[in-house]
Structure formats: structure tokens, C-alpha cells
Design a protein around this ligand. Structure first.
Ligand code: PMP
Length: 391
């Protein structure tokens, strides 16, 4: 998750970090440094040079509704969705944002009505992504307001926007809308609908779908997200929001994203020739391996449990697989505040309350660097041992 809260972004640079046995490790945000070794291995294949006279104008594509979208990025996005098969992009407006965080806010703006007498309610099924409540209410908008868990939303409460986050951050489950009332408006946040995290079972086809470069390839620092939007009026209003908040999106970032996403498509086209460098193949194996190790530790500890994910056929890999989510959603079997317990063992994680559920849950990032992940496994096993000695 984006990390404005507890640590400075500079805590993670690309150099290997050495930890003393006493350092606290940060597994609170989903900072995707796990993928750095892959991109380092790519050497200069995705290096680009931008000279001082390049990309100076505000405009990228003056004739397009989304006039600040670099055409190369639009092409790379459409190609990638076609090849992965995770979303329908043909006939949809593509909108770029400064992270999908900006697009989430643009979508709230676009779906609410300035004529409404009451702010429209925004709901999401708990456990929901912990940033939704804060992002929704931070500016105390008169247009929309956070109304909590979609399962508890009273159907008589009037107009609503439901955010469907699938696979879900924090628990990795596959979600569908739960309120299902006529006139309800939906935002589908599909940040994790990529083959390294979950089997791709069908091309998603919803009114507003949000994706992010941060979780697709791990380039969170570029701050690039995109939306696929069916309705032209909604697209127009989202663009208006981005115009007002940042007059477009960094061209340097867009061009870099276009190049990197383009490389993914290219390596996928060579998938059949069994190129070991394929990013999705590599990252799928890496997360599968991490989940295997984590499940072994959790089973031994007897203190925590993890969700089970069903085997599903992935149309992209052609194989059956479980999900390997970007976060581990740990549930303490006893009535203990999991965040506090884990924190006492020098690991920063995010407790259940932030996601709208009980404090015996905690979310732990699975996307850290290798060294941090190994320390996490050691310390998690120590918690189990420690408590069984105390009992
Ligand atoms: N949605 C979800 C579910 C996320 O987990 C995140 C990042 N943690 C975002 C949106 C925001 O991503 P971005 O970096 O593109 O702003």
C-alpha cells in the first residue's frame, strides 16, 4: 500500500540493506522491491535517455479525450491487456493517473453529482484496502463520504459507490460487488489482477477498472496508474479532475512505463520459445516459493492461520494454480492484537482494525526484498516458539 504514514520512502533504495539482529523491518507497506533483482538482470534493455528538449509540452495527444496520455503508453497498455487476457481494453477510454491513487479520487469525483443534496456514500467489503477510508474523507468533500463495510451498508441509505478490489488487498480473495442495488455505481480496483498474484480466469469487463504500474511490474516510484473506462461522460469528468489536481501526468514516467510494459509484451510474445526471462513467469515462481516457505512457518507455529486459495485454471499460463497474493493476511488463533504482538518482535505490519475488521488480524507485505523476507520468516517462527514456551 502506498506509504505516507510510517517511514520515509528513502528507506528503500536499490542498494542491498544489511540488518542487524535488532533492526525493525518494515512490512507495513506493500513496497514492491521483490522485483528489483529481475529488472537489474535486464541490464540496459529498458534504459532510456531523455534529453532536455524532449517532452516539454503539457500536451501528449491533443486530439484525444485524455490529452495528457502518451500514445506509446496507451498502445503498451492495450497490448499488455490483450496478451495477458486480464481485461477488455478495446473500445474503452484509457486514462493515465499519478498512480491509481489519483484515479481512484478522479473516479469518485466523476461518479458523484454536484447537484446532490447529500454526499454519495462510498463503501467496500471488509476487510477493505486501508487507504480507501482515508483517501475518501481526507478533504472532507461535500460530494462523497466514506460509509464503511459494504456488507453493512443499509440499502435505504441512498445513492452509493462500491469499490470492488479483486484480488483483494489485504486478504487476496476474489471479490464481486455485494450491495447490488439498481443505480449503484462501481469502481473495480484490479491492482493485483496479474498472473504473478492470481490465476487469470477471464478478461475483466467493468465500467471503471483501475490498474497500477506499481503492482504490475513493481515500479511504484514512477507513480503511474491507468483506468479503463466505458462511459465517455465519466471519462471526461475523470480527466477534468486530473486537469485540476495536476494538469496531467509526468511524461517522463509515462514514457518509461511504456518502454517497460512494452518489454513485458515482447517477452511474452516469446513465451512459447521458453525464454526464462519472462517477467510474469519469474515473478509467479518467486511468489509461489515465498508462499510455500511462509505456509511452512505458519503451520509449525500453530498460533496463526492464513487463508486458503482454491486451485484455478490460469488462461495466461495454461496451468492450474493457487493465488499467491502480495500480502499475507495473518489471523491469530487466540484473542491477541496481532499487530502489537508482531511489532514486539520488531516487524512493522498493519493491524485488522485499519481494514475494518478485528485486531487479531494483521497484514504483512510479501513484496519485500529477499533479505527482509528471510528475517520475517525467522522472526515469525520465533513468535510461535516464544509463546509455546510461555504456555
Ligand atoms: N489499490 C490497491 C488495492 C493498492 O494496494 C494500491 C497500492 N498499495 C493502490 C490502489 C494504489 O497504487 P498506486 O501506487 O498506483 O497509487
Amino acid at each position: 500500500a502506498n506509504g505516507t504514514k510510517s517511514s520515509s520512502p528513502s528507506a528503500n533504495n536499490s542498494k542491498p540493506i544489511s540488518f542487524s539482529s535488532n533492526s525493525t523491518i518494515n512490512l507495513d507497506q506493500g513496497d514492491p522491491t521483490v522485483f528489483e533483482p529481475y529488472w537489474r538482470k535486464m541490464g540496459d534493455k529498458c534504459t532510456m535517455v531523455i534529453s532536455a528538449s524532449d517532452s516539454m509540452s503539457y500536451f501528449s495527444d491533443a486530439g484525444n479525450l485524455c490529452w495528457f496520455l502518451e500514445p506509446k503508453l496507451a498502445d503498451a497498455i492495450r497490448n499488455l491487456h490483450r496478451e495477458i487476457g486480464n481485461a477488455i481494453s478495446n473500445g474503452r477510454h484509457i486514462m493515465v493517473g499519478t498512480g491509481s491513487t489519483q484515479l481512484y479520487q478522479a473516479a469518485l469525483y466523476a461518479l458523484s453529482s454536484p447537484e446532490g443534496t447529500q454526499p454519495i456514500s462510498v463503501v467496500s467489503a471488509a476487510p477493505y484496502y486501508s487507504q480507501y477510508p482515508e483517501e475518501t474523507d481526507y478533504l472532507r468533500s461535500g460530494l462523497y463520504k466514506w460509509a464503511g463495510d459494504a456488507y453493512k451498508f443499509d440499502k435505504d441509505d441512498g445513492a452509493y459507490i462500491e469499490v470492488v478490489n479483486s484480488p483483494s488487498n489485504p486478504d487476496g480473495s476474489i471479490r464481486e460487488a455485494v450491495v447490488n442495488r439498481a443505480g449503484g455505481k462501481l469502481i473495480h480496483d484490479l491492482a493485483y489482477y496479474w498472473p504473478q498474484y492470481t490465476p487469470i480466469t477471464h478478461p475483466a469487463d467493468h465500467d471503471i477498472m483501475l490498474f497500477t504500474f506499481s503492482k504490475c511490474t513493481g515500479h511504484a516510484g514512477s507513480r503511474i496508474g491507468w483506468a479503463l473506462v466505458k462511459d465517455t461522460e465519466v471519462a471526461r469528468k475523470m480527466i477534468k479532475f486530473i486537469e485540476l489536481s495536476s494538469i496531467g501526468v509526468s511524461k517522463e514516467s509515462q514514457l518509461r512505463a511504456a518502454m517497460i510494459l512494452g518489454t513485458l509484451s515482447h517477452s511474452y510474445q516469446n513465451f512459447s520459445s521458453n525464454i526464462p526471462d519472462n517477467f510474469f513467469e519469474y515473478s509467479h515462481c518467486l511468489l509461489a516459493e515465498r508462499w510455500k516457505k511462509l505456509r511452512e512457518v505458519v503451520e509449525r507455529s500453530e498460533l496463526f492461520s492464513l487463508p486458503d486459495y482454491p486451485l484455478k485454471h490460469c488462461n495466461f499460463t495454461g496451468k492450474f494454480s493457487q493465488s499467491h497474493p502480495a500480502f499475507a493476511w495473518l489471523q491469530c488463533k487466540e484473542d491477541i492484537d496481532s499487530e502489537k504482538l508482531i511489532k514486539a518482535h520488531k516487524m512493522m505490519v498493519r493491524g485488522g482494525v485499519r481494514f475494518g475488521v478485528e485486531p487479531n488480524y494483521a497484514r504483512v507485505s510479501m513484496l519485500s526484498s529477499e533479505s527482509v523476507f528471510n528475517i520475517f520468516l525467522q522472526r515469525l517462527s520465533a513468535i510461535g516458539n516464544h509463546l509455546s514456551v510461555m504456555n
